[in-house]
Design a protein around this ligand. Structure first.
Ligand SMILES: Nc1nc2c(ncn2[C@@H]2O[C@H](COP(=O)(O)OP(=O)(O)OP(=O)(O)O)[C@@H](O)[C@H]2O)c(=O)[nH]1
Ligand SMILES: [Mg+2]
Length: 444
Protein backbone atom coordinates (compact mmCIF):
# COMPACT_ATOMS: atom_id res chain seq x y z
CA UNK A 1 0.00 0.00 0.00
CA UNK A 2 1.42 3.36 -1.06
CA UNK A 3 4.85 1.81 -1.46
CA UNK A 4 6.24 4.39 -3.84
CA UNK A 5 5.08 7.31 -1.75
CA UNK A 6 6.53 5.67 1.35
CA UNK A 7 9.85 5.09 -0.37
CA UNK A 8 10.05 8.66 -1.58
CA UNK A 9 9.24 10.14 1.79
CA UNK A 10 11.69 7.80 3.48
CA UNK A 11 14.42 9.07 1.17
CA UNK A 12 13.58 12.72 1.90
CA UNK A 13 13.64 12.19 5.65
CA UNK A 14 16.80 10.14 5.55
CA UNK A 15 18.58 13.04 3.93
CA UNK A 16 17.12 15.41 6.49
CA UNK A 17 18.19 13.25 9.41
CA UNK A 18 21.72 13.04 8.07
CA UNK A 19 22.14 16.77 8.39
CA UNK A 20 21.83 17.30 12.12
CA UNK A 21 21.06 21.00 12.61
CA UNK A 22 18.71 22.35 9.96
CA UNK A 23 18.16 25.78 8.49
CA UNK A 24 15.08 27.12 6.81
CA UNK A 25 16.41 26.54 3.30
CA UNK A 26 17.04 22.89 4.02
CA UNK A 27 13.55 22.39 5.39
CA UNK A 28 12.11 24.12 2.34
CA UNK A 29 14.14 21.89 0.07
CA UNK A 30 12.86 18.80 1.86
CA UNK A 31 9.28 20.05 1.65
CA UNK A 32 9.69 20.64 -2.06
CA UNK A 33 10.57 16.97 -2.40
CA UNK A 34 7.63 15.95 -0.22
CA UNK A 35 5.41 18.03 -2.48
CA UNK A 36 6.70 16.25 -5.57
CA UNK A 37 6.19 12.87 -3.91
CA UNK A 38 2.58 13.74 -3.10
CA UNK A 39 1.88 15.00 -6.60
CA UNK A 40 3.39 11.88 -8.04
CA UNK A 41 1.13 9.83 -5.78
CA UNK A 42 -1.74 11.59 -7.54
CA UNK A 43 -2.76 13.75 -4.61
CA UNK A 44 -4.87 16.70 -5.78
CA UNK A 45 -2.57 19.68 -6.43
CA UNK A 46 -4.62 22.07 -4.30
CA UNK A 47 -4.63 19.57 -1.45
CA UNK A 48 -0.89 19.15 -1.83
CA UNK A 49 -0.25 22.87 -1.76
CA UNK A 50 -2.40 23.48 1.30
CA UNK A 51 -0.73 20.54 3.05
CA UNK A 52 2.79 21.75 2.35
CA UNK A 53 1.88 25.28 3.45
CA UNK A 54 0.59 23.97 6.74
CA UNK A 55 3.67 21.85 7.36
CA UNK A 56 6.01 24.65 6.36
CA UNK A 57 4.38 27.14 8.67
CA UNK A 58 4.94 24.83 11.61
CA UNK A 59 8.29 23.42 10.55
CA UNK A 60 10.34 26.54 9.95
CA UNK A 61 9.49 27.97 13.34
CA UNK A 62 12.30 28.81 15.73
CA UNK A 63 11.35 26.03 18.07
CA UNK A 64 11.77 23.29 15.52
CA UNK A 65 14.94 24.53 13.89
CA UNK A 66 16.67 25.21 17.16
CA UNK A 67 15.65 21.96 18.76
CA UNK A 68 18.21 19.22 19.17
CA UNK A 69 16.40 16.94 16.76
CA UNK A 70 14.98 19.16 14.05
CA UNK A 71 14.56 16.33 11.52
CA UNK A 72 12.54 14.32 14.00
CA UNK A 73 10.40 17.35 14.70
CA UNK A 74 9.72 17.87 11.02
CA UNK A 75 8.74 14.23 10.60
CA UNK A 76 6.45 14.52 13.59
CA UNK A 77 4.77 17.54 12.05
CA UNK A 78 4.36 15.74 8.71
CA UNK A 79 2.86 12.78 10.55
CA UNK A 80 0.39 15.00 12.40
CA UNK A 81 -0.62 16.88 9.28
CA UNK A 82 -0.96 13.66 7.28
CA UNK A 83 -3.25 12.34 9.99
CA UNK A 84 -5.35 15.50 9.74
CA UNK A 85 -5.40 15.24 5.97
CA UNK A 86 -6.71 11.70 6.19
CA UNK A 87 -9.51 12.88 8.44
CA UNK A 88 -8.04 13.20 11.94
CA UNK A 89 -10.32 11.13 14.13
CA UNK A 90 -11.21 7.54 13.30
CA UNK A 91 -14.78 7.70 12.00
CA UNK A 92 -17.51 5.33 13.10
CA UNK A 93 -20.66 4.05 11.50
CA UNK A 94 -23.76 5.69 12.85
CA UNK A 95 -26.30 2.95 13.38
CA UNK A 96 -28.27 4.68 16.09
CA UNK A 97 -32.01 4.97 16.00
CA UNK A 98 -34.92 2.60 15.88
CA UNK A 99 -34.04 -0.65 14.13
CA UNK A 100 -33.97 -1.66 11.39
CA UNK A 101 -31.35 0.92 10.40
CA UNK A 102 -30.48 1.13 6.71
CA UNK A 103 -26.97 1.43 5.29
CA UNK A 104 -26.95 2.22 1.59
CA UNK A 105 -23.94 1.50 -0.59
CA UNK A 106 -23.60 3.44 -3.83
CA UNK A 107 -20.88 3.77 -6.44
CA UNK A 108 -19.75 3.20 -9.98
CA UNK A 109 -19.78 -0.18 -11.66
CA UNK A 110 -17.19 -2.58 -10.39
CA UNK A 111 -16.08 -0.37 -7.51
CA UNK A 112 -16.75 -3.18 -5.06
CA UNK A 113 -20.24 -2.43 -3.71
CA UNK A 114 -21.52 -5.99 -3.57
CA UNK A 115 -18.31 -7.38 -2.07
CA UNK A 116 -18.21 -4.53 0.45
CA UNK A 117 -21.85 -5.10 1.39
CA UNK A 118 -20.94 -8.66 2.37
CA UNK A 119 -17.73 -7.58 4.14
CA UNK A 120 -19.68 -5.05 6.13
CA UNK A 121 -22.36 -7.59 7.01
CA UNK A 122 -19.68 -9.99 8.19
CA UNK A 123 -18.11 -7.33 10.34
CA UNK A 124 -21.37 -6.15 11.88
CA UNK A 125 -22.38 -9.74 12.57
CA UNK A 126 -19.13 -10.35 14.41
CA UNK A 127 -19.97 -7.31 16.52
CA UNK A 128 -23.25 -8.83 17.56
CA UNK A 129 -25.59 -7.09 15.16
CA UNK A 130 -28.15 -8.82 12.95
CA UNK A 131 -27.48 -7.65 9.42
CA UNK A 132 -29.73 -8.24 6.43
CA UNK A 133 -28.35 -8.05 2.90
CA UNK A 134 -30.50 -6.52 0.20
CA UNK A 135 -29.77 -6.72 -3.54
CA UNK A 136 -31.33 -3.49 -4.78
CA UNK A 137 -29.59 -4.01 -8.10
CA UNK A 138 -31.61 -5.36 -10.99
CA UNK A 139 -29.29 -4.00 -13.68
CA UNK A 140 -27.18 -7.10 -13.89
CA UNK A 141 -29.04 -10.40 -13.85
CA UNK A 142 -26.24 -12.02 -11.89
CA UNK A 143 -26.12 -9.31 -9.23
CA UNK A 144 -28.74 -10.92 -7.02
CA UNK A 145 -27.10 -14.34 -7.23
CA UNK A 146 -23.73 -12.81 -6.40
CA UNK A 147 -25.06 -11.32 -3.17
CA UNK A 148 -26.90 -14.52 -2.31
CA UNK A 149 -23.70 -16.49 -2.71
CA UNK A 150 -21.71 -14.07 -0.57
CA UNK A 151 -24.48 -14.02 2.05
CA UNK A 152 -24.31 -17.83 2.11
CA UNK A 153 -20.56 -17.71 2.70
CA UNK A 154 -20.90 -15.55 5.79
CA UNK A 155 -24.25 -16.96 6.90
CA UNK A 156 -26.12 -13.72 6.60
CA UNK A 157 -29.68 -13.71 5.30
CA UNK A 158 -30.35 -12.10 1.91
CA UNK A 159 -33.69 -10.50 1.05
CA UNK A 160 -35.50 -12.68 -1.51
CA UNK A 161 -36.35 -10.43 -4.42
CA UNK A 162 -39.65 -11.07 -6.20
CA UNK A 163 -39.17 -11.05 -9.97
CA UNK A 164 -40.35 -7.75 -11.42
CA UNK A 165 -39.76 -5.78 -8.20
CA UNK A 166 -38.02 -2.47 -8.87
CA UNK A 167 -35.14 -1.28 -6.64
CA UNK A 168 -37.30 1.14 -4.66
CA UNK A 169 -39.85 -1.57 -3.91
CA UNK A 170 -37.05 -3.97 -3.05
CA UNK A 171 -35.59 -1.51 -0.53
CA UNK A 172 -38.99 -0.81 1.02
CA UNK A 173 -39.95 -4.49 1.06
CA UNK A 174 -36.65 -5.38 2.69
CA UNK A 175 -37.15 -2.84 5.46
CA UNK A 176 -40.55 -4.35 6.20
CA UNK A 177 -39.18 -7.86 6.11
CA UNK A 178 -36.27 -6.86 8.38
CA UNK A 179 -38.67 -5.29 10.85
CA UNK A 180 -40.82 -8.40 10.96
CA UNK A 181 -37.90 -10.81 11.22
CA UNK A 182 -35.96 -8.73 13.73
CA UNK A 183 -32.89 -7.78 11.68
CA UNK A 184 -31.41 -4.55 13.01
CA UNK A 185 -29.21 -3.47 10.10
CA UNK A 186 -30.29 -3.47 6.47
CA UNK A 187 -27.43 -3.24 4.01
CA UNK A 188 -28.58 -2.06 0.60
CA UNK A 189 -26.40 -3.03 -2.35
CA UNK A 190 -27.32 -0.79 -5.28
CA UNK A 191 -26.63 -0.88 -9.01
CA UNK A 192 -23.56 0.74 -10.52
CA UNK A 193 -23.04 2.45 -13.86
CA UNK A 194 -19.95 3.14 -15.86
CA UNK A 195 -20.62 6.85 -15.49
CA UNK A 196 -22.82 8.89 -13.26
CA UNK A 197 -26.04 9.33 -15.18
CA UNK A 198 -29.41 10.85 -14.46
CA UNK A 199 -31.46 7.62 -14.29
CA UNK A 200 -28.99 6.07 -11.83
CA UNK A 201 -29.08 9.12 -9.60
CA UNK A 202 -32.88 9.33 -9.75
CA UNK A 203 -33.12 5.68 -8.73
CA UNK A 204 -30.71 6.14 -5.82
CA UNK A 205 -32.51 9.27 -4.70
CA UNK A 206 -35.83 7.48 -4.75
CA UNK A 207 -34.39 4.65 -2.62
CA UNK A 208 -32.95 7.20 -0.22
CA UNK A 209 -36.28 8.96 0.14
CA UNK A 210 -38.11 5.72 0.66
CA UNK A 211 -35.98 4.18 3.40
CA UNK A 212 -34.07 7.17 4.85
CA UNK A 213 -30.75 5.35 5.33
CA UNK A 214 -28.73 6.32 8.37
CA UNK A 215 -25.55 5.91 6.35
CA UNK A 216 -25.08 6.49 2.62
CA UNK A 217 -21.61 5.27 1.81
CA UNK A 218 -19.85 5.71 -1.47
CA UNK A 219 -17.80 2.68 -2.44
CA UNK A 220 -14.90 3.94 -4.55
CA UNK A 221 -11.96 2.17 -6.15
CA UNK A 222 -8.72 3.59 -4.72
CA UNK A 223 -6.85 2.49 -7.83
CA UNK A 224 -8.62 5.17 -9.85
CA UNK A 225 -6.90 7.93 -7.86
CA UNK A 226 -8.27 11.41 -8.42
CA UNK A 227 -11.23 10.06 -10.36
CA UNK A 228 -12.47 8.46 -7.18
CA UNK A 229 -12.48 11.87 -5.52
CA UNK A 230 -14.38 13.45 -8.42
CA UNK A 231 -16.93 10.67 -8.32
CA UNK A 232 -17.35 11.17 -4.57
CA UNK A 233 -17.94 14.85 -5.08
CA UNK A 234 -20.68 14.21 -7.63
CA UNK A 235 -22.41 11.54 -5.58
CA UNK A 236 -22.23 13.82 -2.57
CA UNK A 237 -23.80 16.74 -4.41
CA UNK A 238 -26.76 14.59 -5.34
CA UNK A 239 -27.19 12.25 -2.39
CA UNK A 240 -25.44 13.86 0.61
CA UNK A 241 -23.09 11.03 1.47
CA UNK A 242 -22.26 10.23 5.07
CA UNK A 243 -18.92 8.65 4.21
CA UNK A 244 -16.70 6.79 1.80
CA UNK A 245 -15.28 3.27 1.62
CA UNK A 246 -12.14 2.99 -0.46
CA UNK A 247 -11.60 -0.43 -1.99
CA UNK A 248 -8.57 -2.16 -3.51
CA UNK A 249 -6.23 -0.29 -1.19
CA UNK A 250 -3.90 -3.25 -0.84
CA UNK A 251 -2.71 -3.09 -4.40
CA UNK A 252 -0.53 -0.42 -5.89
CA UNK A 253 -3.03 2.36 -5.34
CA UNK A 254 -0.74 5.36 -5.23
CA UNK A 255 -2.53 7.10 -2.42
CA UNK A 256 -4.06 10.04 -4.24
CA UNK A 257 -7.64 8.99 -3.55
CA UNK A 258 -7.12 8.35 0.14
CA UNK A 259 -5.10 11.49 0.69
CA UNK A 260 -7.38 13.87 -1.20
CA UNK A 261 -10.79 12.45 -0.35
CA UNK A 262 -11.41 14.15 2.97
CA UNK A 263 -10.06 17.55 2.05
CA UNK A 264 -11.89 17.75 -1.29
CA UNK A 265 -15.24 16.25 -0.31
CA UNK A 266 -15.32 16.92 3.42
CA UNK A 267 -16.57 13.35 3.84
CA UNK A 268 -14.73 10.85 6.03
CA UNK A 269 -13.33 7.59 4.72
CA UNK A 270 -14.89 5.05 7.07
CA UNK A 271 -13.42 1.76 5.86
CA UNK A 272 -10.93 0.46 3.40
CA UNK A 273 -11.06 -2.72 1.39
CA UNK A 274 -7.73 -4.52 1.32
CA UNK A 275 -8.46 -7.67 -0.66
CA UNK A 276 -11.07 -9.78 -2.34
CA UNK A 277 -11.77 -12.00 0.64
CA UNK A 278 -14.65 -11.14 2.90
CA UNK A 279 -12.47 -10.45 5.92
CA UNK A 280 -10.43 -7.89 3.99
CA UNK A 281 -12.13 -4.78 5.32
CA UNK A 282 -10.38 -2.52 7.80
CA UNK A 283 -11.75 0.46 9.68
CA UNK A 284 -10.03 3.57 8.45
CA UNK A 285 -7.71 5.00 11.10
CA UNK A 286 -6.04 8.19 9.84
CA UNK A 287 -3.21 8.13 12.38
CA UNK A 288 -2.35 4.51 11.73
CA UNK A 289 -2.37 4.99 7.98
CA UNK A 290 -0.17 8.06 8.32
CA UNK A 291 2.27 5.89 10.30
CA UNK A 292 2.21 3.26 7.61
CA UNK A 293 2.84 5.82 4.90
CA UNK A 294 5.78 7.20 6.83
CA UNK A 295 7.19 3.71 7.30
CA UNK A 296 6.58 3.74 11.04
CA UNK A 297 4.47 0.62 10.82
CA UNK A 298 1.10 0.06 12.34
CA UNK A 299 1.53 -1.86 15.54
CA UNK A 300 -1.99 -1.35 16.77
CA UNK A 301 -3.57 -2.96 13.71
CA UNK A 302 -1.09 -5.80 14.05
CA UNK A 303 -2.10 -6.42 17.63
CA UNK A 304 -5.78 -6.24 16.75
CA UNK A 305 -5.32 -8.73 13.95
CA UNK A 306 -3.54 -11.06 16.30
CA UNK A 307 -6.24 -10.72 18.90
CA UNK A 308 -8.90 -11.47 16.33
CA UNK A 309 -7.09 -14.57 15.12
CA UNK A 310 -6.01 -15.93 18.46
CA UNK A 311 -8.51 -17.31 20.81
CA UNK A 312 -7.59 -15.76 24.14
CA UNK A 313 -8.63 -18.76 26.19
CA UNK A 314 -6.64 -21.06 23.98
CA UNK A 315 -3.59 -18.86 24.35
CA UNK A 316 -3.96 -18.84 28.11
CA UNK A 317 -4.32 -22.61 28.19
CA UNK A 318 -1.24 -22.88 26.05
CA UNK A 319 0.69 -20.59 28.34
CA UNK A 320 -0.14 -22.83 31.27
CA UNK A 321 1.08 -25.84 29.36
CA UNK A 322 4.30 -24.12 28.53
CA UNK A 323 4.86 -23.35 32.16
CA UNK A 324 4.25 -26.95 33.02
CA UNK A 325 6.58 -27.95 30.27
CA UNK A 326 4.04 -30.06 28.41
CA UNK A 327 3.88 -28.59 24.95
CA UNK A 328 2.79 -31.39 22.63
CA UNK A 329 2.41 -31.98 18.94
CA UNK A 330 -1.28 -31.34 19.36
CA UNK A 331 -0.56 -27.84 20.66
CA UNK A 332 1.84 -27.40 17.80
CA UNK A 333 -0.96 -28.20 15.37
CA UNK A 334 -3.28 -25.70 17.05
CA UNK A 335 -0.61 -23.07 16.69
CA UNK A 336 -0.25 -23.79 13.01
CA UNK A 337 -3.99 -23.44 12.55
CA UNK A 338 -3.92 -20.08 14.27
CA UNK A 339 -1.05 -18.97 12.11
CA UNK A 340 -3.13 -19.73 9.06
CA UNK A 341 -5.93 -17.59 10.41
CA UNK A 342 -3.62 -14.66 10.90
CA UNK A 343 -3.24 -14.16 7.18
CA UNK A 344 -0.21 -13.80 5.03
CA UNK A 345 3.09 -12.97 6.64
CA UNK A 346 3.60 -10.47 3.86
CA UNK A 347 0.62 -8.44 5.03
CA UNK A 348 1.79 -8.56 8.62
CA UNK A 349 5.31 -7.45 7.82
CA UNK A 350 3.95 -4.20 6.50
CA UNK A 351 2.48 -3.44 9.85
CA UNK A 352 5.69 -3.81 11.80
CA UNK A 353 7.69 -0.63 12.26
CA UNK A 354 11.08 -0.67 10.64
CA UNK A 355 10.29 -3.83 8.77
CA UNK A 356 8.03 -2.21 6.26
CA UNK A 357 10.96 -1.16 4.15
CA UNK A 358 12.64 -4.54 4.23
CA UNK A 359 11.45 -5.57 0.82
CA UNK A 360 13.46 -8.75 0.82
CA UNK A 361 11.43 -10.07 3.72
CA UNK A 362 8.28 -9.82 1.72
CA UNK A 363 9.17 -12.94 -0.18
CA UNK A 364 8.77 -14.79 3.06
CA UNK A 365 5.27 -15.95 2.37
CA UNK A 366 4.06 -18.80 4.50
CA UNK A 367 3.77 -21.86 2.37
CA UNK A 368 0.18 -22.94 2.73
CA UNK A 369 0.95 -26.35 1.27
CA UNK A 370 3.65 -26.96 3.82
CA UNK A 371 1.29 -26.01 6.65
CA UNK A 372 -1.29 -28.42 5.28
CA UNK A 373 1.26 -31.23 5.09
CA UNK A 374 2.33 -30.71 8.66
CA UNK A 375 -1.25 -30.72 9.79
CA UNK A 376 -1.93 -33.92 7.86
CA UNK A 377 1.05 -35.64 9.49
CA UNK A 378 -0.04 -34.68 12.98
CA UNK A 379 -3.57 -35.80 12.17
CA UNK A 380 -2.20 -39.21 11.20
CA UNK A 381 -0.65 -39.75 14.61
CA UNK A 382 -2.37 -41.50 17.46
CA UNK A 383 -3.29 -39.36 20.49
CA UNK A 384 -0.53 -41.07 22.40
CA UNK A 385 2.04 -40.19 19.78
CA UNK A 386 0.90 -36.59 19.81
CA UNK A 387 1.35 -36.47 23.56
CA UNK A 388 4.86 -37.87 23.44
CA UNK A 389 6.70 -37.71 20.16
CA UNK A 390 9.66 -39.63 21.54
CA UNK A 391 7.79 -42.90 21.14
CA UNK A 392 7.56 -42.39 17.39
CA UNK A 393 10.12 -44.84 16.04
CA UNK A 394 10.84 -46.04 12.51
CA UNK A 395 7.73 -48.10 11.87
CA UNK A 396 5.44 -45.47 13.33
CA UNK A 397 7.10 -42.88 11.11
CA UNK A 398 6.40 -45.01 8.05
CA UNK A 399 2.77 -45.41 9.07
CA UNK A 400 2.34 -41.67 9.63
CA UNK A 401 3.93 -40.87 6.28
CA UNK A 402 1.64 -43.29 4.53
CA UNK A 403 -1.44 -42.05 6.35
CA UNK A 404 -0.77 -38.43 5.50
CA UNK A 405 0.46 -38.86 1.95
CA UNK A 406 3.95 -37.64 2.85
CA UNK A 407 7.37 -39.25 3.08
CA UNK A 408 9.35 -40.53 6.03
CA UNK A 409 11.77 -37.67 5.44
CA UNK A 410 8.89 -35.24 5.91
CA UNK A 411 7.96 -36.88 9.19
CA UNK A 412 11.59 -36.82 10.30
CA UNK A 413 11.82 -33.15 9.53
CA UNK A 414 8.62 -32.36 11.37
CA UNK A 415 9.75 -34.20 14.49
CA UNK A 416 13.14 -32.51 14.38
CA UNK A 417 11.52 -29.08 14.05
CA UNK A 418 9.14 -29.88 16.81
CA UNK A 419 11.95 -30.96 19.13
CA UNK A 420 13.73 -27.70 18.38
CA UNK A 421 10.58 -25.65 19.00
CA UNK A 422 10.08 -27.40 22.29
CA UNK A 423 13.62 -26.63 23.30
CA UNK A 424 13.22 -23.01 22.28
CA UNK A 425 10.03 -22.69 24.25
CA UNK A 426 11.72 -24.12 27.28
CA UNK A 427 14.46 -21.53 27.05
CA UNK A 428 11.91 -18.77 26.59
CA UNK A 429 9.78 -19.77 29.54
CA UNK A 430 12.82 -20.18 31.72
CA UNK A 431 13.96 -16.70 30.78
CA UNK A 432 10.46 -15.59 31.74
CA UNK A 433 10.74 -17.19 35.12
CA UNK A 434 13.93 -15.33 35.77
CA UNK A 435 12.04 -12.10 35.24
CA UNK A 436 13.22 -11.29 31.74
CA UNK A 437 10.46 -10.20 29.38
CA UNK A 438 9.06 -13.25 27.70
CA UNK A 439 9.04 -13.54 23.93
CA UNK A 440 5.47 -13.32 22.66
CA UNK A 441 5.11 -17.02 22.11
CA UNK A 442 2.18 -16.58 19.80
CA UNK A 443 4.53 -15.66 17.00
CA UNK A 444 7.12 -18.37 16.96
N1 LIG B 1 -8.26 -6.57 -4.62
C1 LIG B 1 -9.45 -6.15 -4.24
N2 LIG B 1 -10.50 -6.47 -4.97
C2 LIG B 1 -11.71 -6.05 -4.57
C3 LIG B 1 -11.89 -5.31 -3.38
N3 LIG B 1 -13.21 -5.04 -3.26
C4 LIG B 1 -13.80 -5.60 -4.34
N4 LIG B 1 -12.92 -6.22 -5.13
C5 LIG B 1 -13.13 -6.93 -6.41
O1 LIG B 1 -13.65 -6.04 -7.37
C6 LIG B 1 -14.50 -6.71 -8.26
C7 LIG B 1 -15.84 -6.02 -8.34
O2 LIG B 1 -16.50 -6.15 -7.10
P1 LIG B 1 -18.07 -6.07 -6.92
O3 LIG B 1 -18.32 -6.13 -5.46
O4 LIG B 1 -18.77 -7.04 -7.77
O5 LIG B 1 -18.33 -4.59 -7.46
P2 LIG B 1 -19.72 -3.86 -7.65
O6 LIG B 1 -19.48 -2.42 -7.34
O7 LIG B 1 -20.78 -4.53 -6.87
O8 LIG B 1 -19.96 -4.05 -9.20
P3 LIG B 1 -21.34 -3.80 -10.01
O9 LIG B 1 -22.43 -4.41 -9.19
O10 LIG B 1 -21.12 -4.46 -11.32
O11 LIG B 1 -21.48 -2.33 -10.13
C8 LIG B 1 -14.61 -8.13 -7.73
O12 LIG B 1 -13.74 -8.94 -8.47
C9 LIG B 1 -14.15 -8.03 -6.31
O13 LIG B 1 -13.58 -9.23 -5.83
C10 LIG B 1 -10.72 -4.98 -2.60
O14 LIG B 1 -10.76 -4.31 -1.55
N5 LIG B 1 -9.53 -5.44 -3.08
MG1 LIG C 1 -22.62 -5.25 -7.45
Amino acid sequence: MFDRLSDKLAAVFKKLKGRGILNEAQVNEALREVRLALLEADVHYKVTKAFIDRVRERAVGEEVLRSLTPAQQVIKIVHEELTQLLGGESPRLDLSGKPPVAVMLVGLQGSGKTTTAAKLARRLKSQGRQPYLVPADIQRPAAIEQLERLGGDIEVEVYPVTPGENPVDIAAGAMEAAYTAGFDTVILDTAGRLHIDAPLMAELKAIKEKVAPKEILLVADAMTGQDAVQVAQKFHDLLKLTGVILTKMEGDARGGAALSMREVTGKPIKFMGVGEKLDALEPFHPDRLASRILGMGDVITLIEKAQEAFDVEQVQALEKKLRRDSFTLEDFRDQLRQMKKLGSIEQLLNLIPGLSRAKAMRDLKPDDRELKRVEAMINSMTPKERQDYQIIGGSRRRRIAQGSGTTVQDVNRLLKNFAMTQKMIKQMTQAGKRGKPRFPMKFF
